[in-house]
Write a protein that binds this ligand. Structure first.
Ligand code: 1GP
Length: 244
């Protein structure tokens, strides 16, 4: 089964949760422990972040170790890295629809598309819309950030991405954002889309997770939460808010 089929199957049963692990934040042994816990508490997928500056060695070792230990899909979430691992089950082609630099819309992917084809890696096209504050990814990607109260701008970008053929839309507040994407923005976007909506950035509590799910997120991504003390319980409560 492809990862897209796996996701569709999961989506037909309810909200999907994804745990994002950044190889730059811990050694592979710890990353494995985090990924294993995520799987245990009910995460459906692990994203491994390819952040700018990650070494080829760090990415490859973390991905191989995680793959060996978990049996949920492990998907590459590239964020400016020049590294790749062959262990990924799929790679997101995150086209930053509101970037002002074409590198982040198509350029980075044009550089690697033939490699993906030759390696026969599943590619998942995602329209990536960065909302304020956007954090590092908004800065690196030179995003024309969507203001938190401008729901219509978020919708314009999301719908444009859908019409351009993306299979998912991802509203991103940024890794480590103080707050998630506003619920009303999610609601406005979700109402008009007919492809799955991914929401990530700043989701720390069960209350956040429930709000985002009730507003219409089909897939919820959390990252930072797993790097903090007490992560197992926090993640467990987020999962129960998403799967209740
Ligand atoms: C994935 O960037 C997010 O979309 C993760 O953000 O680390 O704030 O959960 P957090």
């Amino acid at each position: 089964m492809s990862i897209s089929e796996y996701l569709n199957k999961k989506l037909s049963k309810g909200t999907v949760h994804i745990t994002l692990i950044d190889p730059m934040r811990q050694v592979p042994e710890i990353a494995v422990r985090l990924a294993y816990t995520a799987q245990e508490v009910g995460s459906d997928v692990i994203f491994v972040a390819g952040s700018k500056g990650v070494s080829q060695k760090g990415l490859v070792e973390t991905t191989a170790a995680v793959k060996e230990k978990v049996n949920i899909p492990v998907v590459y979430f590239p964020a400016g890295a020049d590294a790749l691992s062959l262990d990924f089950d799929a790679i997101l082609y995150l086209s930053m629809i509101n970037s002002q630099d074409s590198h982040f819309i198509t350029g980075a992917y044009a550089n690697s598309s033939l490699v993906m084809k030759r390696l026969n890696i599943e590619v998942i096209p995602v329209g990536y819309v960065v909302i304020e504050p956007g954090m590092k990814v908004g800065e690196i990607g030179d995003a024309d950030l969507v203001p938190r109260d401008n729901y219509w701008k978020a919708l314009d970008y999301a719908l444009a991405a859908q019409y351009l053929g993306m299979k998912y839309i991802y509203l991103e507040a940024g890794n480590g954002a103080a707050q998630p994407v506003p619920a009303n923005m999610i609601r406005v976007v979700k109402k008009e889309l007919n492809i799955p909506l991914i929401v990530g950035g700043g989701i720390r509590t069960a209350i956040d997770a429930r709000r985002v799910r009730q507003a219409g997120a089909d897939i919820v991504v959390t990252g930072t939460i797993i790097e903090n003390a007490g992560y197992r319980e926090r993640l467990r409560s987020i999962l129960s808010a998403l799967k209740e």
